[in-house]
Write a protein that binds this ligand. Structure first.
Ligand SMILES: [Zn+2]
Ligand SMILES: [Zn+2]
Ligand SMILES: [Zn+2]
Length: 480
């Protein structure tokens, strides 16, 4: 993707100080071999946050591992310092190791190793990052400034979800909903799945992953089952635990009372079977149930919800979004035009499709509008100009759309309009007016808001068996 982004500030404007966190008793590091750089020393993050001088990089040189962890997490958890290069002078254990940028042995090394990250940071809009409440932009920014890194799940049995993403947790300051947030960023094509790391099964009641698979009686579900040797009486065919045949040292069938003398001709001993100690049910295969260690519910294994665990990488779209700041507020203006949620929209389309199949005089049209270049425009014209364009688009659409029509968005740049009681060829009037908007949305020659459209008219375009959801997915696929 070719883009003209504003020229980055020159190297001179970069901060030249490295912040050291050191114990009062330790000797101060020296910047003798680093002309032009200054070293600022603080006892901990609180002292630094009180001054908040911009820093090029942080070095945590504290003696106590717990203190190191504390400072590291505090720096990553503060939007103003979350993406800065942070080094330690001692080795860290996982998962902390994956949160910091490595171990250094001198201020010079910190300077050199921070170079790439500092350069990348210059491309980002610090004010957008500082006000990023959702943490999404910071998460993307972290990957953007460290291109060789991916969001890698860290396995830990004591973690509620088994896997955590330590850097995301550190940036957000919480482990709540991280899996949801990541998959939402993936839906928005900001992140892509990398390596498949594992597949977990979740409790259908509480989504817990700590499960104990236990053999139970298929009749009463009791766990009190015992494996026993069984005998099979040839005379009557009865199969019972061996102990029930034993009477005064001889074998007597408890059913037909035949004396069993010779194995192979009177009886044989089949494979070991189970007996339930609670209901006395006899069976060959116990049933397996998964007991959730979180909520104590029992589930059949095929009712558990399988979910895969992946590493995540930044996509091109994600990199672009990181550089331009989140654009949700820009798109939100479109949601003011007779907007309904995507689920409601799809259900309604589904219902209308069924209605049209039954009554041939029913008709409706769906027009999809995909904005093609909002992120690029934002990089070229700036946020303000793009906001104005989006405002104009929303206002014009509002004029075109009747109160009986509805809109929804299934992605940041994917807008849908449902025109009620409008079929082919009447839909062409609205479609032409929408296409006419392109001229209006070109404030500068050659640069403007570009979009493409796709349309569906029922009953003409109805395919048998297609649902509303499948239809929108197919139409959106037509854009690719
Ligand atoms: Zn039982
Ligand atoms: Zn018998
Ligand atoms: Zn559960």
């Amino acid at each position: 993707m070719s883009l003209s982004v504003q020229v980055k500030p020159s190297q001179e404007s970069l901060p030249t100080n490295i912040v050291y966190f050191i114990d009062e008793s330790s000797s101060h590091p020296s910047s003798a071999d680093l002309p032009g750089a200054t070293l600022d020393c603080y006892p901990d993050h609180n002292a630094y946050f009180a001054s908040m001088h911009p820093a090029r990089a942080f070095v945590i040189a504290l003696p106590d591992p717990q203190q190191i962890a504390h400072v590291l997490l505090a720096l990553r958890g503060n939007p103003l310092t979350a993406l800065q290069p942070i080094f330690t002078t001692t080795a860290l254990a996982m998962p902390l190791e994956s949160i910091c940028d490595g171990r250094i042995s001198s201020p010079r090394q910190a300077w050199e190793e921070s170079h790439k990250i500092v350069e990348k940071l210059q491309e980002l809009d610090c004010s957008a990052l500082a006000s990023d409440r959702s943490g999404a932009l910071l998460t993307l920014g972290y990957l953007f400034t460290r291109p060789e890194r991916a969001l890698t799940p860290y396995r830990n049995w004591s973690n509620e979800h088994f896997y955590s993403y330590p850097i995301v947790e550190a940036i957000l300051g919480t482990n709540q909903n991280i899996h949801l947030r990541l998959s939402s960023m993936r839906d928005r094509k900001l992140l892509s799945r990398g390596e498949l790391v594992d597949r977990l099964r979740h409790c259908p009641e509480c989504e817990g992953v700590h499960l104990n698979y236990v053999d139970v009686c298929p009749n009463c579900k009791s766990i009190a089952i015992l494996k026993k040797p069984f005998l099979h009486c040839f005379t009557c065919g009865k199969v019972e635990p061996e102990e029930r045949f034993l009477e005064h040292g001889t074998l007597l069938c408890p059913n037909c009372k035949t004396r069993l003398r010779h194995i192979g001709s009177d009886y044989d001993s089949p494979l070991e079977n189970y007996e339930c100690q609670d209901c006395r049910h006899l069976f060959i295969e116990p049933e397996v149930l998964a007991r959730c260690m979180h909520c104590n519910s029992f589930s059949e294994p095929d009712k558990l919800i399988p979910r895969s665990v992946y590493t995540y990488d930044l996509t091109d779209q994600g990199a672009l979004t990181t550089r331009s700041g989140m654009l949700q507020d820009l798109f939100a203006v479109l949601d003011t035009v007779n907007y309904v949620s995507p689920t409601y929209f799809m259900n309604l389309v589904n219902w209308l499709m069924n209605l049209t199949r039954r009554h041939s005089d029913e008709r409706f049209t769906i027009i999809g509008i995909r904005l093609k270049n909002v992120l690029e425009l934002n990089a070229k014209l700036g946020r303000h100009a793009v906001a104005e364009l989006m405002d104009t688009l929303a206002q014009r659409l509002r004029e075109l759309i009747r109160s009986t029509d509805l809109t929804t968005r299934t992605g940041q740049q994917m807008l849908w309009i449902m025109l009620a009681k409008t079929g082919r060829p009447q839909h062409q009037i609205v479609l032409n007016r929408i296409l006419d908007l392109k001229k209006l949305l070109h404030p500068v020659e050659g640069i403007g808001l570009d979009f493409e459209t796709v349309e569906f008219c029922a009953p003409d375009d109805l395919s048998p068996g297609e649902t509303g959801k499948l239809l929108l997915a197919r139409l959106e696929g037509d854009f690719e």
